[in-house]
Ligand binder design. Structure first.
Ligand SMILES: Nc1nc2c(ncn2[C@@H]2O[C@H](COP(=O)(O)OP(=O)(O)OP(=O)(O)O)[C@@H](O)[C@H]2O)c(=O)[nH]1
Length: 354
């Protein structure tokens, strides 16, 4: 099942469009006032759930389970035939740390588990496992939030992340899913560093009926600005701004991201409405460092965790839930479109703990 949440727009009545300003590298035309949002094309206040064939769903869950099988086997075997004693807690501590949950989340889970074992007078290891499942679910459920469509016209999304995290691939998958929900999509090829990235996106756009705004050379902020105005003029529903990969330690590149955000806001006062960080699920605890750094710089609204089909351990979501509980809109378990699905805490915990 792939679903988005569609909502009525909350903005005041739309004002007329500001004239499209010429794109310039540094400062862009005066801020149009007031925010010029056209009425949302189609609005519904309900969760739109695409019915996904049961086999597809099962194969997706199967891939998630395979992806997280190492962690799952570490976490589940330690309960088999075990006694509830210090050894069990120690083994659990190691398994959680190895799963990338990090010290804080691991300690939190262990403390909570010990309290629960005492309070509920648990006597069997299997009951402790069930208690752990409940605690993990409580911890991860706040991360489960749908991406809202139809609230802004256009909905402007900035997509960020380190090199190779899966930004461009995720944009492609999201665009397809959005089209399936009758949303028109426009992409801004903001990775102006790599000509190949721009070309890749342009070719992909042509094939998939998605307009791509790209510039031969230039400033990614200008490309983003151009894309926002273009979407406003065309009545496009969603703009996704791709950005070049960068490490949080590359401070000048982080400054560039802030600039892209500022310039988007100049193009549309309420935008960007979503700032997503794409995380490679295999980066372990480093993912948390990325979340903190990108959030500090930009104020993230959502995360997408990719490559949970590989050697990912999955525990990093617990670390994120404790340290920076930013919604995980989607998780990816492969390269196909249907391999990107909304994050569901229940399914995730099931994949981790059986
Ligand atoms: N196995 C697997 N591979 C994925 C997934 N998502 C993306 N990939 C692959 O990861 C690689 C990098 O993806 P890109 O989308 O190019 O990453 P990017 O963040 O745009 O990279 P840069 O443009 O270098 O910053 C590609 O080979 C993708 O096919 C996933 O969920 N699972």
């Amino acid at each position: 099942m792939f679903s988005f949440f569609k909502k009525k727009p909350q903005e005041p009545a739309p004002a007329p469009e500001a004239p499209v300003a010429p794109v310039s590298a540094e400062v862009v035309a005066p801020v149009p006032a007031p925010p010029a949002e056209a009425p949302a094309a189609e609005v519904q206040a309900e969760i739109v759930a695409a019915v996904t064939p049961i086999e597809q769903k099962q194969s997706w869950m199967a891939r998630l389970k395979v992806g997280l099988s190492k962690t799952s086997s570490n976490l589940t075997t330690l309960f088999v035939g075990a006694k509830i004693d210090d050894d069990l807690y120690e083994e659990l501590e190691s398994a959680l740390l190895v799963s990338d949950a990090g010290v804080d989340a691991t300690q939190f889970l262990l403390d909570a588990l010990k309290r629960k074992v005492k309070a509920d007078k648990l006597t069997e290891a299997e009951q402790v496992k069930t208690a752990l499942r409940t605690l993990l679910l409580e911890m991860l459920t706040p991360l489960q939030k749908p991406l809202v469509l139809g609230q802004h016209q256009p909905l402007v999304m900035m997509i960020t992340g380190v090199n190779g995290a899966g930004k461009t691939t995720t944009i492609g998958k999201l665009a397809k899913h959005m089209q399936a929900h009758h949303q028109s999509v426009l992409l801004a090829a903001g990775d102006t560093f790599r000509a190949a990235a721009r070309e890749q996106l342009t070719v992909w756009g042509q094939r998939n009926n998605v307009t791509v705004i790209a510039q031969e050379s230039g400033d990614p902020a200008a490309v983003a600005f151009d894309a926002v105005h273009s979407a406003q003029a065309r009545g496009t529903n969603v703009v996704m701004v791709d950005t070049a990969g960068r490490l949080p330690t590359q401070l000048h590149l982080m400054e560039e991201l802030k600039k892209i955000k500022r310039v988007i806001t100049k193009g549309m006062a309420t935008a960007p409405h979503e700032i997503l960080l794409i995380i490679d699920g295999n980066t372990g605890q480093n993912a948390l460092t990325q979340v903190k750094a990108f959030d500090d710089a930009l104020g993230l609204t959502g995360l997408v965790v990719t490559k949970l089909d590989g050697t990912a351990k999955g525990g990093v979501l617990a670390a994120i839930a404790r340290a920076r509980p930013i919604p995980v809109y989607f998780i990816g378990v492969g390269e196909q479109i249907e391999d990107l699905q909304p994050f569901n805490a229940q399914e995730f915990v099931e994949a981790l703990l059986g």
